[in-house]
Design a protein around this ligand. Structure first.
Ligand code: BDR
Ligand code: CA
Length: 311
């Protein structure tokens, strides 16, 4: 069983990722969940993490609150995609489970230093603020983390919050730059992959047919989430970004990509938050990330549907 910490800013697609993780106890040992400011402010992402836990019967799961703001910049949020609460689309009770008093950054440092070196995987579904702060607090974690699997960035596909930048990187580019420079082995799920995972009607219908409460709630969330892309781009469904991170841990063979160098733009006003991916290895810079580019979309939706059915 792989030990993982999930750092997240729910977000309907974050919620789907958490559901996939909770449904996979044979493969994954979730040590804790860290909330970070991202799609909505921290108070709401923390609330939303706990809503998903309670929906999935995981109210004993340790939940920690992390950074309230990006390291340097003014907070940017995405209510235009995720709604006012960040998790619009289903009526659910306010969570009753408590947040742990330990700060998420302390939890990350303590856990990575306590567990055997090379055993903890960090899964990030939002801005990289908490991980960057943990690295600043205890640089030795870089040599102990097994792998950091992240949703963020885009290269041939461009950006989704600016023409050049994907949201998670754009929100805290300084944090992303610190993480990519840290030496932690990184697996990156960019928009190039996630845009291949549209929540098409036939795919969502299979989840709806599961007939369970968690499936029904997920379908409500997806219906809200996908309207942004459907209205703006006329697509059938929206891109399911964050569950790629968990799907990779369960079935890495669904994904393919290339180990190459990635640098984060932090200086240019026009392209800040851009992930400069040296796909063609022209820079001579050292590869620092496994950058995914292709996904078996049907295999991905089969996995998601089968696992959500277990909840
Ligand atoms: C990423 O940004 C958020 O809106 C989603 O939850 C995902 O993590 C996609 O750019
Ligand atoms: Ca997210």
């Amino acid at each position: 069983r792989r030990k993982i910490i999930i750092d997240t800013d729910p977000g309907q697609d974050d919620a789907a990722a958490l559901m996939l993780a909770f449904a996979s106890p044979d493969e994954l040992d979730v040590l804790g969940l860290c909330a970070v400011a991202g799609n909505v402010p921290l108070s709401l992402t923390s609330r939303n993490v706990r809503i998903v836990c309670e929906l999935c019967g995981q109210s004993d799961m340790p939940v920690f609150e992390g950074a309230m703001h990006p390291i340097l910049r003014k907070q940017v949020t995405a209510e235009h995609v995720h709604g006012r609460t960040g998790l619009d689309g289903a009526e659910l009770p306010e969570p009753t489970m408590a947040v742990r008093s330990q700060h998420a950054v302390d939890f990350i440092v303590e856990t990575v230093m306590r567990e055997p070196a090379g055993s903890v995987t960090l899964c990030t579904l939002g801005p990289l603020t908490n991980v960057a702060l943990a690295l600043q607090m205890e640089p030795a974690i870089a040599g102990r983390v097994r792998e950091l699997v992240m949703m963020g960035g885009g290269f041939f596909e461009g950006g989704n919050i600016t023409p050049a930048a994907e949201f998670n990187i754009y929100v805290d580019p300084e944090a992303a730059a610190a993480v990519f420079a840290s030496g932690i082995p990184i697996v990156m799920m960019p928009l190039d992959v996630t845009h291949q995972l549209l929540t098409r009607k036939d795919r969502v219908a299979r989840i709806a047919a599961l007939g369970t409460r968690p499936a029904q709630v997920l379908v409500g969330w997806l219906a809200f989430f996908e309207r942004f892309d459907e209205e703006k781009y006329g697509s059938d469904g929206g891109p399911l970004h964050d569950p790629t991170v968990i799907a990779y841990l369960l079935k890495p063979e669904l994904f393919s990509g290339r180990h190459c160098n990635v640098e984060i733009e932090t200086q240019s006003e026009l392209t800040v938050g851009m992930t400069v991916v040296d796909w063609w290895r022209v820079s001579g810079r050292k590869p620092n990330a496994m950058v995914m580019r292709h996904v078996d979309a049907d295999g991905f939706f089969d996995l998601l549907t089968e696992r959500v059915g277990r909840l």
